[in-house]
Design a binder for this molecule. Structure first.
Ligand code: MN
Length: 320
């Protein structure tokens, strides 16, 4: 499967955003820069299991997929979003639910714009500034370096789905504004289409990706998962070395999971109970290992623990 990803067509011509953005910048930015991200992303996924994954699935764990996917997958996603929220005939202000939420969170649209411009101005070097929807369905602002964005694991505490992004790489403004990033930022609001941002907001609220991000951002769950995966799967193939070596680590990770803050949308009786069972079950398993119990005892105990763990993961991914 060659060329999994392709350059999206613009909904307007290269000169449509004049006098705010010049046609030469638009043409180079779209047909050269964005095209290069697409080409390099295709190269990075070709012949790997990533070839059949969605762009969002690539980005959620971009940091763990390596620099080529992170930089070029981010570059492709970010620019596609950027072209989409600009228009020659933009809606100049948000409305409806998005407007209410902006006022609730930032007091006014103007203070939100100031916050975004300030994030963009203070971003050292190349990057983006974002308005995004958090897993708790709130609005938030952050900036990120290079081609990172809030979907990515690399974004740490600022995670969610971006609904508005401004490119502050020099390639976005240098021909017309040279080094004057502030002038570019003041100008660009003339072509930002709040109708498109509204649509992005509505779509983000419904997107199951928010749940995936929330689960991925629950570090204690992720830590437990990695010990489970690296001990359970070898055991299934008859290798008991990993679980004998790591049973006390697993027990510790279960205790850390139990003391970590549970993300809002995971708070339920079933999950609380499953976490408690993980703590007790992994303490029992640790004892079995210390007593040098036979393989079939360990198998029974670890299999039960694995089922309990998947109650949490299963409940997480099925609940929307
Ligand atoms: Mn760019």
């Amino acid at each position: 499967m060659r060329n999994r990803f392709s350059l999206p067509k613009l909904g307007y011509s290269y000169n449509a955003l004049e006098p705010y953005i010049d046609p030469q910048t638009m043409e180079i930015h779209h047909s050269k820069h964005h095209q290069a991200y697409v080409n390099n992303l295709n190269k990075a996924v070709a012949g790997t299991p990533m070839e059949s994954m969605s762009l969002e699935d690539l980005l959620v764990v971009a940091e763990r997929r390596g620099a080529a996917v992170r930089n070029n997958g981010g570059g492709h996603y970010n620019h596609a979003l950027f072209w989409n929220i600009m228009s020659a005939e933009p809606d100049k202000s948000p409305n409806g639910k998005l407007e209410d939420e902006i006022k609730k969170t930032f007091t006014s649209v103007d203070s939100l714009k100031k916050l975004l411009n300030n994030g963009a101005l203070t971003r050292f070097g190349s990057g983006w500034v974002w308005l995004y929807v958090t897993p708790a369905k709130k609005l938030a602002v952050c900036s990120s370096p290079n081609q990172d964005n809030p979907i990515m694991d690399a974004s740490k505490e600022n995670r969610g789905i971006p609904i508005l992004g401004i490119d502050v790489w020099e390639h976005a403004y240098y021909l017309k504004f040279q080094n004057k990033r502030g002038d570019y930022l003041n100008t660009i609001w003339n072509v930002i289409d709040w109708d498109a941002v509204n649509t992005n907001y509505e779509n983000a609220l419904k997107n199951p990706l928010l749940k995936t991000i929330e689960m991925d951002a629950w570090i204690a769950l992720k830590d437990f998962h990695s010990v489970m995966a690296q001990t359970f799967h070898p055991m299934e193939e008859g290798n008991y070395g990993p679980i004998r070596a790591r049973a006390s680590e697993m027990s510790l990770k279960a205790q850390m999971l139990a003391s970590s803050p549970v993300p809002s949308s995971f708070q339920s009786k079933d999950i609380t109970k499953a976490i408690k069972n993980l703590v007790e079950g992994s303490a029992k398993l640790e004892k079995l290992v210390k007593k040098k119990s036979k393989d079939d005892k360990l198998k029974e105990s670890l299999t039960k623990l694995h089922d309990t763990f998947h109650i949490i993961q299963g409940l997480c991914s099925n609940e929307h």
